[in-house]
Design a binder for this molecule. Structure first.
Ligand code: ATP
Length: 647
């Protein structure tokens, strides 16, 4: 019966089982979530919508999930989808018969094309009865828009957009326009979508049990029940190993969520979410954390993470840290593959760092040199900066996933399956010793060789590869920490302050935020105005003004007092920031409640380092990490004192 769930009334409405899910159900769900502030409430609304869709028409679940993520395909498929503002304005003008000039004017005031379209359409009388949009139709149309190519593609796209705009009703229009811009702007993070999905799939597998009680059948309150929590873990583990909703959703619907660990296995062509490392404050801390365990140290190279896949059909794919397909950016690496794999190898997944390399001096070059390479497609003849791949892991070989093997075992397989090639393909430099002096020397050597420091990894116990996890199995020691600085933070510019004097006509400073994963909100952490070149200031002015939102989004925690920015931006970029230290702050809300019940944490003397092209805003440094860095800073002062007495 819960098939007939109306997110507004939480009551039964007349949908028929088997009927295609109306897009209106999703649009109303988004509308409600946009008005909610609590993450749990949003997740609960979404859970019930997903359950409704499964009961109505399970085939609609996959497109519905994509629509919740404002995407039409996984990121790694590289389908460009966002429609530019100018085209969208033209389409809105055509479908509402409002002159383009007027649309631009209203847009300037409202700052959201969705609102512009909606306000106009409200006052329009329909001459023709609109077609009822379904989730399937909307998704397919969006996909057709994304895939339209060739000389008529602009026209085709505009026709398809027009079809959606003309036939949308009520709040459908607002969310369609925003989806066309790849942003729902309701603060619905991917994590919530996946949690709600996992719960809905679990409840579906156990529907007999949960439908016994008619009250439960209507609406499940979003309580962190033990079995639901377990279901979420199973789902997330599977999704980190094989982030493909196309595979996972049908698998769960058919076999039940519990079957995922057996059936959902790493596959070349689908990037695994990379394993991450915990920062440490130096060798002492590493030895404490890993005491009793066998471990290894590797150079921490300063380049770009590259996950290299050789598919069964011998196609090579390269994915970034963010799981974006960047194969076209590295034709030189693609060409290298037949030379470095041994003959018996017909498929693999490698984890590595691509580093700029000077073939004459045989030296590793700093990250700044690598960043001068083209960001997108490039022809091999145009490449000026040579790359050497430093491979540190193998995750799959000849049809077998190696994730559950220990690092020690994976290393043997790596060495038996590939040949090193001077200056192009090398195994990461390593040293297996737990002697403090050896490690210290190795760290110096790494820094002399233009590396960032060391990665220390467990070898035998607790040494499986854990996709997407940041655990104590991988620790990093960066040379910067040793200079008494904190690690850099990856933060999101959420607001801008108009510049004066030399910076007039641009933003003179920005409000930065970390991401709070528990509440799915951005929490302000500092203002910043230092470290920007003139080019950066100009570039950010141009880029960020496209992301201005008319008012502070509900999912932003702003600073107290006078630090309100002149404009707010939707989360769209991640910047790497270095600061002198972190301090408890009555003004900034970052990590509030984690180290002090009423106060947050602020950065002191922040300085801009670079844009993190390989991170999305939700991958910014999170509040727990900020709190951990604050605490470590305190511990570190103690450790440093101890260190002084020892040496
Ligand atoms: P995050 O941990 O949040 O991803 P980050 O992207 O800034 O932070 P770092 O903290 O600098 O990355 O450290 C992890 C990164 O170091 C890896 O993602 C990888 O790109 C790089 N790296 C370099 N050498 C190694 C190595 N030997 N083993 C694993 N990673 C390495």
């Amino acid at each position: 019966k819960y098939a007939n769930y109306d997110p507004y009334k939480n009551s039964l409405v007349q949908y028929k089982k088997g009927e295609k899910t109306p897009y209106m159900l999703l649009a109303k769900t988004f509308d409600l979530i946009g008005k909610e502030t609590g993450r749990l409430k949003s997740a609960e609304i979404l859970l019930n919508t997903f359950r409704t869709i499964i009961a109505l028409n399970p085939n609609d679940l996959l497109p519905a999930v994509y629509l919740c993520l404002a995407r039409v395909a996984p990121d790694f498929e590289g389908i460009e989808f966002g429609i530019g503002e100018q085209i969208l304005m033209k389409c809105i003008s055509r479908s509402t018969e409002l002159p383009l000039k007027k649309i631009k004017e209203v847009y300037e005031k409202k700052g959201d094309l969705g609102f512009v379209a909606q306000s106009r359409k409200g006052g329009q009388t329909m001459l023709v009865q609109p077609i009822k949009l379904t989730v399937e139709r909307v998704f397919q149309t969006l996909k057709d828009i994304a895939l339209a190519s060739g000389s008529n593609s602009q026209e085709t796209k505009q026709k398809l957009i027009n079809f959606l705009l003309v036939n949308s009703q009520g709040c459908e229009l607002l969310f369609l326009v925003r989806t066309l811009q790849c942003k729902l702007r309701i603060g619905l993070a991917e994590k919530t979508v996946l949690t709600s999905l996992a719960y809905a799939l679990f409840l579906h597998s156990h529907r007999d049990k949960f439908l016994e009680n008619p009250k439960k059948s209507k609406k499940i309150p979003f309580i962190k029940d033990e079995s639901l929590f377990h279901a979420e873990q199973i789902f997330k583990t599977a999704y980190s190993e094989l982030p493909s909703l196309e595979v996972i959703i049908p698998l769960c619907l058919e076999h039940g969520l519990e079957e995922l660990p057996q059936k959902c296995i790493l596959t070349p062509g689908i990037p695994v979410k990379p394993m991450l490392a915990k920062p440490t404050k130096g060798i002492r801390e590493v030895l404490d954390r890993l005491s009793g365990l066998e471990f290894t140290c590797e150079y921490k190279y300063d380049g770009e993470r590259a996950q290299i896949h050789l598919l069964q059909d011998q196609k090579v794919k390269i994915y970034s840290r963010n799981s974006i397909d960047c194969s076209e950016k590295y034709p030189d690496i693609v060409k290298l593959i037949p030379q470095i794999k041994k003959d018996h190898i017909n498929s693999f997944v490698l984890d590595s760092e691509a580093v700029a390399f000077n073939p004459e001096t045989k030296q590793i070059l700093p990250f700044q040199v690598l960043s001068t390479r083209a960001r997108k497609k490039v022809e091999e003849v145009d490449i000026k900066v040579q790359i050497c791949l430093f491979v540190f892991d193998v995750l799959y070989i000849n049809g077998e996933s190696l994730l559950r093997k220990t690092l020690k075992e994976r290393r043997v397989i790596l060495e038996n399956s590939f040949e090193q090639l001077e200056g192009k393909f090398l195994f990461a430099q390593r040293m297996d010793s737990n002697d403090i002096e050896d490690i210290s020397n190795f760290l110096d050597e790494a820094v002399e060789n233009n590396c960032e420091g060391l990665m220390v990894k467990t070898l035998a116990q607790n040494a499986t590869y854990e996709p997407s996890k940041r655990s104590y199995r991988w620790l990093k020691i960066k040379k910067d920490y040793l200079d008494g600085l904190t690690d850099s933070l990856d933060l999101v510019p959420i607001g801008g302050y108009y510049g004066r004097g030399k910076r007039s006509g641009k933003y003179g400073g920005y409000l930065l935020a970390c991401y709070d994963e528990d509440n799915e909100e951005y929490q302000a952490i500092c203002k910043i105005g230092t470290g920007f070149s003139d080019q950066n200031l100009e570039l950010f002015w141009q880029q960020l003004k496209e992301h201005i939102v008319p008012k502070k989004p509900q999912y932003y925690q702003e600073p107290n007092g006078k630090s309100k920015p002149d404009v707010w931006f939707a989360p769209c970029q991640v910047w790497e920031i270095l600061a002198a230290d972190l301090s408890i702050s009555p003004v900034y809300p970052a990590g509030i409640g984690l180290v002090n019940s009423k106060k947050g944490i602020a950065l002191r003397f922040p300085r801009f380092l670079k844009v993190r092209e390989d991170k999305s805003p939700e991958q910014a440094t999170n509040s727990r990490q900020v709190a951990e860095m604050f605490r470590n800073q305190k511990i570190n002062y103690k450790i440093e004192e101890e260190d002084d007495s020892d040496f």
